[in-house]
Each structure stands twice: as C-alpha cells, then as structure tokens.
Design a protein. Structure first.
Length: 121
C-alpha cells in the first residue's frame, strides 16, 4: 500500500482523521457558519493520540445530513419537542487509507436531534 504524502498530517505525522476532515470541509454545511466552525474546530483536533495502535484518535463532531437518518420520530414533553432517529452511517473510528473512506462503527445507531430555531447561534 502506497501512502500519499498529502494524507500525512503536519501536526501528528500520521494519516489522521483531522487531515481527512479538513479535506472534506467544502463538501458539507449545516447552513449556519457558527455551527460549521464549531464542528470544524472539533474535527481539526482529531489527531492520532496513540501511535502504537493505528486509528485511535480524539473524538470529534460530524454533521449528519438529513438523508442519512431514518425512522425519525418526534416526542413532546414539558421542555418542548425532542426528535430521535437512526443514523445509517455510525461513528467514525479512523480513515481507512486502503478503501479511501472512513472506517465506522455503530451503524444504524439511535441519535437525538435538536432543531435550532435561533439562526444567530
């Protein structure tokens, strides 16, 4: 397997999640620049933290497009509406350099959704 030097992170010196998140920034948006920047900041800190076991990196947030959710249900209580859904893809573990895609776990995991009504957030 040949490693592309563009895949090597300048900070941790490995093929890490932060580098691949950064390369994908232009391909998604929440529609809110403040939320986008918050998510991007967590992704930029997702460097390899255990060099002896490839792929162990800091957790980060990921924007989940609506079309990656199913079984969406709404519940209402005294605090307002709460939504839940199943997320098709699941959590990112690390970048799989052979497949050129994310390695994931917990496919179809149940997630809680929050609707932000304040566009200034």
């Amino acid at each position: 397997m040949m490693t592309d030097l563009n895949d090597i992170c300048d900070i941790c010196g490995h093929i890490c999640n932060a580098k691949h998140f950064q390369q994908n920034f232009r391909n998604w948006t929440s529609g809110n620049v403040n939320i986008d920047n918050f998510i991007k900041d967590t992704q930029l800190s997702a460097h390899i933290i255990d060099h002896y076991y490839y792929g162990v990196s800091k957790s980060s947030l990921e924007w989940i497009p609506y079309d990656r959710l199913y079984n969406i249900k709404c519940f209402e209580d005294r605090f307002g509406k709460i939504y839940r859904a199943n997320w098709i893809d699941g959590n990112i573990i690390h970048w799989d350099n052979e497949k050129k895609d994310w390695r994931r776990i917990n496919q179809n995991v149940l997630v809680i959704l929050k609707i932000l009504n304040n566009p200034a957030l």
